[in-house]
Design a protein around this ligand. Structure first.
Ligand SMILES: [Zn+2]
Ligand SMILES: [Zn+2]
Length: 334
């Protein structure tokens, strides 16, 4: 099989031939159809995650088909369409797992970091990391839902917002373009906040009822005019942009952070005066991926992708890193 591996920190991807791996107990082998490229793959490419063993095959937006089943695996069959996301499985025995917080498993693995991911024709995945993939969703189109999709979908559905509430999505990139669609389909009064008037038609096409141009308008003031946002989902990586919206939260509103900015400023007065909160959200586990895919299939939420074959992985990665891709970059296998 061919895979795209990172030979060492900071090195270019190389396409290599490897033997097709055999599934170990508790795992399945997946024939990969498509794999999205996520900004977090730079953790592998640049060596920013401690303890990575190289060479490593990244990729945690994997769509494919179960091809072989390891010993002890029940409930899954060969030929079944599946996806694998960031969460690379849980042990079921540690204190976090026993409390039901599978996402925080103390021995948790990360797909494409702890073990080889989806930038290749086959991969081995722990069965606890596998999500069922609806038949009506094309693999290439839906692969990014396994990270960018689940992250926004799961944050929104755990945000405490109810149908009809004002929910703002800050940022209109890889995460934000999905967040706006999910928020609208979930029945929230959906507000998109992005930089520049030119993004407004796209925001509205994705389902935003209100658009705030943060270049010419103050998002906090505009949200306050609507009575304040019950939830603001922040998908941007600028701490400054995140800090600027907190004044637009309604009483008891929540700023939900899913974009990894280095730092942000929070005003204690904003928090205290209206019992407001700032909260982070992880993406989710395999069952959350499965829910994301099913919801997307039913409601028509789709990722907008630029598609390239595996051989062009270096170009595809650079395109993702440039920030110019509209909006996710997906690798396809033959
Ligand atoms: Zn990701
Ligand atoms: Zn555990």
């Amino acid at each position: 099989m061919r895979v795209a591996q990172v030979p060492g920190p900071g090195k270019q991807f190389e396409i290599v031939e490897r033997p097709i791996p055999q599934p170990t107990p508790g795992t399945v082998r997946i024939k990969v159809a498509a794999c999205g490229i996520c900004h977090s793959d730079s953790l592998v490419k640049e060596g920013l995650w401690p303890g990575i063993q190289y060479p490593r095959v990244p990729g945690h937006e994997v769509a494919g088909t179960i091809d072989e089943i390891g010993a002890g695996v029940t409930g899954w069959t060969t030929g079944q369409r599946v996806g694998v996301g960031w969460h690379g499985g849980y042990c079921g025995r540690c204190d976090s797992c026993r409390r039901g917080d599978l996402f925080a498993c103390e021995t948790q693995q990360v797909t494409g970091i702890s073990f080889d991911g989806g930038y290749g024709e086959y991969m081995i995945a722990p069965v606890s990391a596998v999500a069922r993939f609806p038949d009506e969703l094309p693999a290439v189109e839906a692969a990014p839902l396994l990270c960018a999709g689940i992250t926004t979908f799961n944050a929104l559905r755990n945000s405490g917002a109810r149908a009809g509430d004002v929910v703002a999505v800050l940022g209109l990139g890889g995460l934000g373009h999905l967040g706006v669609q999910y928020a609208a389909k979930m029945g929230f009064q959906t507000v998109a906040i992005a930089r520049g008037k030119d993004k407004e038609p796209l925001a509205r096409q994705l389902g935003a009822m209100i658009y705030i141009d943060s270049r010419s308008q103050d998002p906090a003031v505009e949200l306050a005019k609507l009575g304040g946002a019950r939830v603001i989902i922040s998908t941007v990586t600028s701490g400054e942009a995140m800090s600027a919206v907190q004044g637009g939260l309604a009483v008891k509103g929540t700023l939900m952070v899913i974009g990894a900015a280095q730092t942000m400023q929070v005003s204690p007065m904003v928090l205290i005066g209206g019992a407001r909160s700032v909260k982070g959200w992880y993406s989710g586990t395999a069952i959350d991926s499965q829910d994301t895919l099913a919801f997307s299939a039913r409601t028509g939420v789709r990722s907008m992708n630029e598609i390239l074959p595996l051989e062009r992985v270096n170009e595809a990665y650079d395109r993702m890193m440039s920030g110019k891709a509209r909006f996710r970059v997906v690798l396809t296998m033959k």
